[in-house]
Design a protein around this ligand. Structure first.
Ligand code: CAA
Ligand code: NAD
Length: 283
């Protein structure tokens, strides 16, 4: 299957990064968000990162211009009508995602693949709300998208081999490494990562140690590039909580219960780096 025109829904930290890597790989990409402000924020972030890459001599001015020419912003979902691949990267809420998939299913051409960048939600359930379940798949990029090499490709129960192979080839074209995963809560990445982050939050909640010291233990003791609480702020605490809820509900096991402190931070609107405050302050 030929994929030329791509669309990314959601211009937040993940959607903007995904659009950037497609544009850099020479594909035409439309970036969509609900309003002009959110869209512009995503486009500005891409411009800033590409400009920095030119300054660091990792990219030529010409390559930057080329990537930017491949990119188009839109707040109109109907722009999906000529796309071959559409990747959804909106908030980690099932009801929002299923609405987006139902709309895309009605707009996109019959041959188009609909992919989700969800961190943990069941692709099988998302596929079931469309009339093309065999063309629905998980394409899970890691944050920050331009840097991280992995893409977890999640097969829904209904995903066809043809769809899987098209996404695997596309991942390689983006110079990333695909890993095939079946559709179970949290897939592989977040089934392993998120309980560690949740446990780090419990460690602070129970007064075992401070935020800074928990991070130092994991950075210097385990050689992690970021401590778990810095990483939680980087991912977004709302996203971390949503993933823990999916694990807790999906496996029905109390070992996945989200830490009350995580819930409290999200209720306060302390969502991490993106809101200016989480376990650390970014103001
Ligand atoms: N966006 C784009 N590029 C970024 C970036 C960002 N937010 N932050 C850093 N970079 C780039 C820099 O531009 C730099 O690029 P060059 O080498 O081309 O110059 C490179 O990353 C290294 O940056 P720095 O030297 O400034 O910083 P660093 O060495 O501390 O690395 C990091 C930064 C790559 C983010 C590193 O700290 C890291 O790997 N952290 C862990 C990231 C991680 O675990 N990601 C997975 C999160 S979980 C997930 O994504 C799944 C989910 O569903 C929640
Ligand atoms: P974010 O909050 O930075 O961005 C979400 C964007 O989606 C916002 O700009 C919002 O305006 C937009 N949006 C919401 N509803 C929309 C709709 N109906 N149509 C169009 N746009 C809409 O979130 P994020 O961190 O980029 O996460 C996006 C998705 O990627 C989530 O499913 C998340 O679980 C997943 N993910 C996140 C990470 C991470 O580290 N943050 C890593 C991998 C996957």
């Amino acid at each position: 299957m030929l994929i030329n025109q791509v669309m990314v829904i959601g211009a937040g930290q993940m959607g903007a990064g995904i659009a950037q890597v497609f544009a850099q790989a020479g594909l035409r990409v439309k970036l969509n968000d609900l309003n002009e402000d959110a869209l512009q924020k995503g486009l500005d972030g891409i411009k800033k990162r590409l400009t920095k890459a030119v300054e660091k001599e990792k990219m030529t001015e010409n390559e930057k211009q080329q990537a930017f020419e491949n990119l188009e912003g839109t707040t109109d979902l109907r722009a999906a009508s000529d796309c071959d691949l559409i990747i959804e990267a909106v908030v980690e809420k099932m009801e929002v995602k299923t609405k987006v998939f139902q709309s895309l299913d009605a707009i996109a051409p019959d041959h188009a693949i609909l992919a989700s960048n969800t961190s943990s939600l069941p692709i099988t359930e998302i596929a079931a709300v469309t009339k093309r379940p065999s063309q629905v798949i998980g394409m899970h990029f890691m944050n920050p998208v331009p840097v991280m090499k992995l893409v977890e490709i999640i097969r829904a129960l209904q995903t066809s081999d043809e769809t899987y192979e098209a996404i695997e080839q596309m991942t390689e074209k983006l110079n990333k490494t695909p890993v095939e995963v079946n559709d179970f809560p949290g897939f592989v990445s977040n089934r392993i990562l998120m309980p560690m982050i949740n446990e780090a939050i419990y460690t602070v909640y129970e007064g075992v140690s401070s935020v800074e010291d928990v991070d130092t233990v994991m950075k210097l003791g385990m050689n992690h590039p970021m401590g778990p609480l810095t990483l939680a702020d980087f991912i977004g605490l709302d996203t971390c909580l949503s993933i823990m809820e999916v694990l807790h509900e999906g496996f029905g096991d109390s070992k996945y219960r989200p830490c009350p402190l995580l819930r409290q931070y999200v209720k306060a609107g302390w969502l991490g780096k993106k809101s200016g405050r989480g376990f650390y302050s970014y103001e």
